[in-house]
Design a protein around this ligand. Structure first.
Ligand code: PLP
Length: 454
């Protein structure tokens, strides 16, 4: 919908918020003097309004978490209703919002992932999944893919396989990295998907054997790597990973923090390949980020480890009632309003052909890839060499210009290194989606201006 523009009072409050932000807020991942945060004065559905009252179409879903858009009335009402009944309760008690959220999540996750440990977000979900795997197996090492992101806390950032880890890596985490399939920049020099899959699985088995299977507690893998570039795994890879982890007694942890809860057009990304992990980490879309929440869905075998033996870990806000009430309302709204079907349908029918058309017309587009409402446009300086338009791990004048163009033309994009991601809410309308894609098309003209070889 069009929504109503902010009032003069809302805009004045926004100017004050910006001033105080610069005076007192310390921002993540940023050099504090080099940033100028965009003020958001209001948001509704797939739209938000910045400090100048400019209306922007949200193609980012913030950090790919507002999967049902902003201010969904059913979720806002559920949070308000829960706040009126019971705002908070310690994790050792039982509570209706928490129990119902756990029942719904256990029912949606595949296989025997029937118990849920709640956390405050994705990083702590990943950390607890690793801890459970270590306690269950009595082993220490963790295998994790390069070109991955698993969170900003100590172990989660050390498990991460991208440049964000480097300044945080003290070499004491027990994490060993391996290469997962990525045909466009194949580490395995493969020419086809089948070759990439076969070589990536052989590489993984070599890593397992050379590190010593008896030392490896877990293999941690984003089902579809998100911030690292939305590399949809080729046919056979996920089944191969499941087979290898089973063969060597390694716990397979699926990180579905970004890919889960409908983002790929199914409830969980592993559902595309009918793979059941031993542990599944989730967050973000579980309640669209309206109140911080994450968790680990736990298989029967891992659960059995902690029947008689205490699990030595916990969080004050584990299963927070406001967050769980938001999760129940979000999951029900996603199901009742057909949001996942919408994401799957619009992804194939609208986004895929539009992005393929961009790739055909814009020399800056090296590759487009994705599934559901989870797409990446990879920008290059030169299609022959595939040199990225921006170096991995830093910003660039070219990407800054592309993002600025989008914002000036009413679109809030998701940009990461040399990529633009198309990750709007799952319930975006076809009209809004086409409007955003048309703005991106023109933004790619800006990117084309930075191409070395025409
Ligand atoms: N895992 C994945 C795949 C993610 O994308 C993220 C966040 O972007 C995380 C873990 C960390 O989640 P959080 O920021 O909620 O701690």
């Amino acid at each position: 919908g069009a929504g109503t523009a902010p009032t003069e009072a809302e805009l004045a409050a926004g100017r004050r918020a910006h001033e105080l932000d610069r005076a007192h807020v310390f921002h993540s991942w940023s050099a504090q003097d080099k940033i100028n945060p965009m003020t958001v004065v209001k948001a509704e559905g797939t739209r938000l309004w910045d400090g100048e009252g400019r209306r922007l179409l949200d193609f980012s879903s913030q950090l790919v978490n507002t999967n049902i858009g902003h201010q969904h009335p059913k979720v806002v009402a559920a949070i308000q209703e829960q706040a009126g009944k019971l705002c908070t309760i310690a994790p050792q008690h039982a509570n209706d919002a928490r129990s119902e959220a756990a029942r719904l999540i256990a029912g949606l996750t595949p296989g025997d992932l029937d118990h849920v440990f709640f956390t405050n977000g994705g990083a702590d979900a990943v950390e607890h999944a690793i801890r459970m795997a270590r306690l269950h197996t009595g082993r220490k090492k963790v295998l994790s893919a390069y070109r991955s992101y698993h969170g900003g806390t100590h172990l989660a950032i050390n498990a991460t396989g991208d440049p964000r880890r480097i300044p945080n890596d003290y070499g004491d985490s027990g994490v060993v990295h391996f290469f997962a399939p990525f045909l466009y920049r194949s580490y395995f020099h493969a020419a086809t998907e089948a070759e990439e899959t076969e070589r990536a699985l052989r590489h993984l088995e070599d890593v397992i054997q050379l590190e010593g299977a008896a030392n490896i507690a877990a293999l941690l893998l984003e089902s579809v790597p998100g911030t690292a570039g939305i590399m949809v795994p080729p046919a056979g890879y996920m089944a191969g990973v499941r087979e290898l982890t089973r063969k060597y007694g390694i716990m397979y942890i699926a990180d579905e923090v970004m890919a889960g809860f409908g983002r790929t057009g199914k409830w969980f990304a592993v559902d595309h390949w009918d793979v059941v992990p031993d542990l599944l980490a989730f967050a973000k879309g579980v309640n669209s980020g309206y109140v911080p929440l994450g968790g680990v869905a736990i298989s029967g075998a891992v659960f059995d480890t902690f029947r008689e033996r205490a699990y030595p870990g916990g969080l004050t806000y584990s299963g927070h009632p406001l967050a769980c009430a938001a999760a129940v309302a979000t999951i029900n709204a996603m199901a009742d309003e057909g949001m996942i079907e919408n994401a799957a349908d619009l992804g194939e029918r609208v986004v895929r052909p539009a992005l393929e058309d961009f790739a055909a017309r814009h020399p800056s587009v090296g590759e487009v890839r994705g599934v559901g409402m989870f797409w990446a446009i990879e920008l290059v300086k030169d299609r022959g060499t595939r040199e990225p338009l921006a170096p991995y791990g830093s910003s660039s004048q070219a990407m800054d210009a592309v993002v600025a163009f989008c914002k000036e033309n009413g679109l809030l994009p998701f940009a990461n290194f040399n990529r633009l991601h198309v990750v709007p809410a799952l319930n975006i309308s076809e009209e809004d989606l086409r409007e955003g894609l048309a703005i991106l098309d023109r933004a790619l003209d800006v990117a084309d201006g930075f191409v070395d070889a025409p």
